[in-house]
Design a protein around this ligand. Sequence first.
Ligand SMILES: Nc1ncnc2c1ncn2[C@@H]1O[C@H](COP(=O)(O)OP(=O)(O)O)[C@@H](O)[C@H]1O
Ligand SMILES: [Mg+2]
Length: 239
Amino acid sequence: MSKKNLQPAASPLIQARNIVKFFVSNGNRVDVLDGVDLEIHAGDSVAIVGASGVGKSTLLHILGTLERPDAGSLLWQGTDVFALNDEQLAAFRNRRIGFVFQFHHLLPEFDALENVMLPALIARLPRAKAQERAEELLVQVGLQDRQHHRIGALSGGEQQRVAVARALVMAPDVLLADEPTGNLDPRSGRQVHDLLAHLNQEKGLTTVVVTHNLELAALLSYQITIRDGKVFRLPNDQR
Ligand SMILES: Nc1ncnc2c1ncn2[C@@H]1O[C@H](COP(=O)(O)OP(=O)(O)O)[C@@H](O)[C@H]1O
Ligand SMILES: [Mg+2]
């Protein structure tokens, strides 16, 4: 073991402890997460990989506080977030977490700039500030010349890049993405995963991405998978 490994690690940004989640359907209990322990540090980029139905989305939703677990706790920089009430939790989520899903969920009647501004306006940032941030982010995702295009006039890859910009407008601690390239052709998918890798590597954005895309997973700093309701880290040399 090198000396480096003996130094105390910085405290994690997110710490999941003994997370349990089950669903009951048709009277049968399905145990999805069965004691998940996981630590994510600032600057990490994590790929969650694994077969369909193993619980990847469930884990991401719990990490993102969209769903509450049946047991266990989630600490964000030491704060037990599931001890917050729903209103406090929604405010926390709006400020601290950015989400990108497989389908972009952008508002088609608005243009790219307005869609990116929206979370900031909901958080009551001054309009000029929201616009300034949204313009900067559209430059970062390579869409400076598409600001005033309606969502329907953009390609699938461009729409997903707008969704990434929207997820970042509140300058969240972490970007959570659930199969962000799952609905894209290979070329657009590659643009989106290059963007996510760039945001992590150049901007230090902490990123957790559920993906079936092995190329994307390989660009991130490590991979985890779920087996029998538990999380395992895949060794980097077994990619
Ligand atoms: N709301 C729900 N009600 C009942 N079962 C659910 C619900 N959400 C997920 N599941 C079940 O939990 C398991 C894990 O689902 P999910 O996290 O979506 O898997 P993945 O994202 O890895 O494909 C699946 O068996 C799924 O059918
Ligand atoms: Mg899923």
